[in-house]
Design a binder for this molecule. Sequence first.
Ligand SMILES: Cc1ncc(COP(=O)(O)O)c(C=O)c1O
Length: 395
Amino acid sequence: MTMDNPIMTRAELEVRRGAKWAYHGADYLPSWVADMDFRAPAAVTEALTRLVAESDFGYAIRGGTLLGPAMGRAFAARMQDRFGWEVDPERVLACTDLVQGVFDTVQAFSAPGDKVVVQGPTYDPFREGIEDSGRVMVVDHMRYDDRTWSIDLDALRAALAESPLLLFCHPHNPTGRAFTRAELEAIGQIAIEQDAVIASDEIWADFMLDAEQHVPFASISPEIAERTVTMYSAGKSFGLAGLRCAVLHFGSAALQERFHATFPPRMLGGANIMGVEATTVAWESGNAWFEQVLDAVRSNRASMEAFLAEHAEQLEAAYPTSTYLYWVDCSRLGLEESPSDFFKREAQVVFTSGAEFGADYAQYVRVNLATSPEIFDQILAQAGKALDNRGAGRG
Ligand SMILES: Cc1ncc(COP(=O)(O)O)c(C=O)c1O
């Protein structure tokens, strides 16, 4: 098997046709959409190459079953291996992607006109899943204190008193916050008291950057599990988002039946062989590759910390313990435009605009650490120069 080297050079990335590098063009360094700049694990590339070489694109089976049950088994093995969580493969539904899962759970577990609760700042497709389904989004804004974002439990309790569904992001995009067992217990208890379903988007679960372990929400207790849908995929962790393959896990048969009352088992379509092949191979044999990715992300996190310390009068951000994202408050810059527009024009660097996560966050940017340390240093050098120029101009 080929040795893995996830690091890609700028020249290699610039010819990619994906959104991250192609959308804004070669004049800009991209640090926006949550995609990574890493070469896929060799095992994944080899598995996909084999499918192509054999022209094996017909109806597929793996391990003697159709791909849906095969994904159930792969997910169960992954949860056991990575998080020590025992999962019944029968409770798993393969789907296209997590955003589809968001729409499905909103439509299955709430009615038109219902309120659905999310954390603020809010990953925008959550808003779309709620509003495009004719529901009303209620934002429980997280609190920021001492470089940490946390859930406002009183506000959550009040919001869930009027809502059948909590759409939860854990670990949290964009703040990089991974919730502790104690926090999840408290949130789960509120969901039980208010009889709400929890849809827990755990697409970022693999990206734990320190000693802390990810705690799957549904693993906390059987009472929480029975009202929790878990969403997960290899899309973020292995850079496979374009292959469109994800899973929904239902914490009880009753929850699964409720879901299938709205979406009968085959209604969402079957799984795609390229996505299933890449996902299962990545989960089975991608851990060493993923450690290299985590090392690059940690190294970039350290560079970002140094950058924030240098620009402490202009920028403020929580220390992310998870994800490959930094959620940076630029309000002290006093800009009359979005900081992402400022950095794009003045630094030729594209960060995601905070406005995408809610109107209250228009003076934030989300920075993407998932690139080589060399490229990330260049991003920071360009951004730093723009900040210095602004400081000089105003001083
Ligand atoms: C919290 C969260 N959920 C879902 C997604 C997208 O998942 P998918 O591409 O499977 O729809 C992202 C991508 O950034 C995300 O951050």
